[in-house]
Design a protein around this ligand. Sequence first.
Ligand SMILES: [Zn+2]
Length: 62
Amino acid sequence: MTAITTYPCPTCQKPATWTDNPSRPFCSERCKLIDLGAWASEDYKIATQDTPFSDELSENQH
Ligand SMILES: [Zn+2]
């Protein structure tokens, strides 16, 4: 009797197996790369969001 534990893939929610799966916790290498890419783009978006605000533009010149 063999008990294979399956769980939903974090990326595509398809049932994946933990044993004999080099791409765990993902169901495939593709889903693994998709998840890593999502993290990278998210991190890049946060990094570029920090823009310095120039207060000198509010100075009135007559
Ligand atoms: Zn998947």
